[in-house]
Ligand binder design. Structure first.
Ligand SMILES: Cc1cc2nc3c(=O)[nH]c(=O)nc-3n(C[C@H](O)[C@H](O)[C@H](O)COP(=O)(O)OP(=O)(O)OC[C@H]3O[C@@H](n4cnc5c(N)ncnc54)[C@H](O)[C@@H]3O)c2cc1C
Length: 95
């Protein structure tokens, strides 16, 4: 494999096993699919996703942080995750 560095230089590496852990738009996978008999399929879940922020109130969490906050509604769900640094709540809606 050839790896390109940010400075433009390249490194050639030989390996018996290659594990691609470069995310959903994997450059490693993109190279592999060019080879014959390499099978790959991708399926998207039907759910949507949205993030809302619940700001801190007087520097503290708007809701108690040591509880699980989940609001299920039919096929929807909203969960609130406390951000321990900003004291904000990140609310995630799965639609
Ligand atoms: C907004 C958001 C919220 C999420 N919330 C949750 C959650 O609450 N719970 C949950 O379980 N999952 C959540 N996920 C999903 C989770 O983040 C992913 O499933 C997980 O990070 C995938 O891990 P990964 O190691 O496959 O890839 P990634 O975490 O994407 O890591 C890939 C790494 O490879 C590097 N890379 C990519 N291309 C190259 C390249 N060409 N050269 C060198 N390096 C490269 C990237 O810089 C990155 O560091 C969320 C995702 C998003 C976008």
């Amino acid at each position: 494999m050839t790896f390109g560095r940010p400075d433009g230089s390249q490194t050639e590496v030989q390996a018996d096993l290659i594990v691609g852990c470069d995310g959903a738009f994997s450059a490693v996978r993109k190279q592999f699919v060019r080879h014959s008999r390499f099978n790959y399929s991708q399926t998207y879940i039907p759910h949507g996703y949205m993030e809302l922020t619940m700001p801190a109130q007087n520097g503290e969490f708007a809701m108690k942080p040591n509880y699980l906050h989940i609001w299920p509604r039919n096929t929807f769900m909203m969960i609130a995750l406390p951000n321990l640094v900003s004291r904000k709540y990140i609310n995630i809606r799965y639609l």
